[in-house]
Design a protein around this ligand. Structure first.
Ligand SMILES: [Zn+2]
Length: 299
């Protein structure tokens, strides 16, 4: 009887949980697969040294870990680190104004988390896995949060919780605007164009990075003189895209389908690719013996 009650309670707990925050599993896996392919030998070695054995050398296998543990009591403090709430309709991001949790603690947002875990990882080349912080966790958090900051609605408006409270229909089923950007657009693309095979979608993204529509833009995407300004720029890009593409023309209760999907899919694909390129850029620099550009002790 107790077991039955426990199972019923467990089911309700899952039903009542707020919808997913952050790219879906597919989005995070794609971001990390793109990044891992772009790592230099030093960073590849460091990532292999830090990954838990269960990952089988595959960073993307651990890129949803930060979502899986965020409700455990030990990690509940990390929950605000997945997003940024900005003032409604401001369509801008200001670190001091916006990067805090509900208790007004500064740095407690996704931009602050990326700063923090990047700084922690710079200890690796000198101290290796014996550094005072848990660098395995720092790597897993950083890899996840660089994905999140590129999901436009992770830098959304405060009153609608980045689109979470905007309930609507995606084609024929119920959803909400945040979830449309976390997952629905990616799943519809997989079903319509990639035979539901994430590997084929990944190949397409990689082809566009190496000799397709984005190949000329990659140097601009990964340019970073000062890491804190770069992270702020990524957040700024996201809220601007949230205003021009995610929220644009959307009202609660409406049905989003082909028109919205066709016009927003290129934005989602580019954000996944940018997230991967920039995660690789950060890892390549933090694991270098001679980091430049606001990395290392100057962060
Ligand atoms: Zn997340």
């Amino acid at each position: 009887m107790w077991l039955f009650r426990f199972l019923v309670l467990l089911c309700f707990t899952f039903l009542l949980l707020p919808s997913a925050q952050g790219w879906s599993k597919e989005g995070h896996v794609l971001t990390c697969q793109i990044a891992q392919e772009l790592l230099n030998p030093e960073a590849t070695e460091a990532v292999q040294a830090l990954l838990p054995e269960s990952a089988g050398g595959n960073l993307s296998a651990m890129c949803v870990w930060a979502d899986q543990i965020r409700r455990w009591s030990k990690y509940r403090w990390t929950s605000p680190l997945h997003y940024i709430n900005t003032p409604d309709n401001a369509c801008s991001f200001l670190y001091k104004r916006d990067c805090h949790n509900t208790a007004a603690q500064l740095n407690m947002c996704v931009a602050g988390a990326i700063r923090n875990f990047t700084t922690q990882l710079t200890a690796f080349p000198k101290q290796g896995p014996d550094a005072k912080n848990n660098l395995t966790e720092a790597l897993l958090f950083l890899s996840h949060f660089v994905g999140d900051i590129h999901q436009p609605l992770h830098v959304g408006f405060t009153s609608d919780e980045g689109g979470n409270t905007i309930e609507l229909r995606w084609y024929r089923h119920k959803s909400n605007l945040h979830h449309v950007w976390d997952r629905e657009i990616i799943l519809t693309a997989l079903a319509d164009y990639y035979d539901k095979d994430t590997g084929l979608l990944l190949e397409d993204l990689q082809r566009n990075l190496t000799h397709g529509i984005w190949s000329d833009n990659v140097p601009t995407w990964e340019r970073c003189v000062n890491v804190n300004s770069c992270i702020n720029n990524w957040a700024e890009e996201s809220i601007k895209l949230a205003c021009t593409w995610a929220y644009e023309g959307v009202e609660a209760g409406m049905t989003l389908s082909e028109d919205y999907f066709d016009s927003r899919l290129p934005i989602v694909m580019e954000r996944l690719a940018k997230g991967g390129v920039r995660l690789a850029m950060l890892l390549n620099r933090v694991f270098s013996e001679n980091p430049k550009g606001g990395f290392g002790s100057s962060i």
